[in-house]
Ligand binder design. Structure first.
Ligand SMILES: N[C@@H](CCC(=O)N[C@@H](CS)C(=O)NCC(=O)O)C(=O)O
Length: 88
């Protein structure tokens, strides 16, 4: 796994009320990873649009874009660094 770039602004697609998304936000804030938050309302189907599914075929939030690579399934445990797996 490559380390995150701290120079390019990453994009995070997430829903503010989602705990899974909050974990990514928290990890970025703690690790000072620069990002722009893109609010994505799963209740309105915004994670199931063709455009979104091209970014993340599993149709779920959160997704973090790292230098053009779309990364999903963010998990963080016990205050340790997040485990982030590529979508493909
Ligand atoms: N293991 C994934 C789970 C992601 C997940 O379940 N996201 C939910 C919101 S918390 C979601 O997008 N649900 C919408 C759907 O399944 O259509 C992660 O930790 O990122």
């Amino acid at each position: 796994m490559q380390p995150f770039s701290l120079h390019v602004p990453h994009r995070v697609f997430g829903m503010a009320t989602s705990g899974n998304c909050h974990k990514v936000k928290l990890a970025c804030d703690i690790l000072r990873i620069p990002y722009r938050w893109h609010e994505t309302d799963i209740m309105k189907g915004e994670s199931r649009t063709p455009e979104y599914l091209r970014m993340n075929p599993n149709g779920r939030v959160p997704v973090l874009e790292d230098d053009g690579e779309m990364i999903a399934h963010a998990e963080m445990s016990g205050g340790k660094a997040p485990f982030i797996l590529p979508t493909r």
